[in-house]
Design a protein around this ligand. Structure first.
Ligand code: ZN
Length: 112
C-alpha cells in the first residue's frame, strides 16, 4: 500500500530530481562510432577550426552525443583516463518519456 502511494506520488521522479538534477548533474560527450569519450576543444586540427566536442580517435566531430551523467561518474571517467584506462560508452537515443517508462513499470508491478 505504501509502495503504491509512493509510486503514485512520483517518488522515483522526486528522487531523480533531488539526487541527480538538483545535486550533481553534469554533461559529457561520447563518440557513437568508437564509443570513447570526446573532448571539448577550441583550436585548429588538421587545418580545420574546431570549437566544441571532438573525437580524438576518429578525428571527427560527427557521431558525437551529449550524455547527462552524475558528476561523480564524469570525474571517475576522467581519473581512470589519467591512469590510462579508457571507458567505452554504449549509447542509444531514448525517445520514450520518463512518464511512459513509469507507467510501464507500474503496470508490470501492480496490474496483473
Ligand atoms: Zn570516435
Amino acid at each position: 500500500m505504501e509502495l503504491d502511494c509512493l509510486i503514485a506520488h512520483g517518488a522515483s521522479a522526486n528522487l531523480h530530481e533531488r539526487l541527480f538534477t538538483l545535486c550533481d548533474s553534469s554533461q559529457m560527450h561520447a563518440c557513437q562510432k568508437c564509443k570513447n569519450a570526446a573532448n571539448v576543444i577550441d583550436g585548429t586540427v588538421d587545418g580545420r577550426r574546431i570549437r566544441g566536442p571532438y573525437c580524438l580517435v576518429c578525428k571527427s566531430v560527427d557521431d558525437i552525443v551529449r550524455l547527462n551523467v552524475p558528476y561523480g561518474a564524469k570525474l571517475l571517467c576522467q581519473e581512470l583516463f589519467s591512469m590510462g584506462i579508457s571507458l567505452k560508452f554504449e549509447t542509444r537515443l531514448c525517445r520514450v518519456s520518463t512518464r511512459t517508462l513509469f507507467w510501464e513499470r507500474y503496470r508490470t508491478l501492480f496490474c496483473k
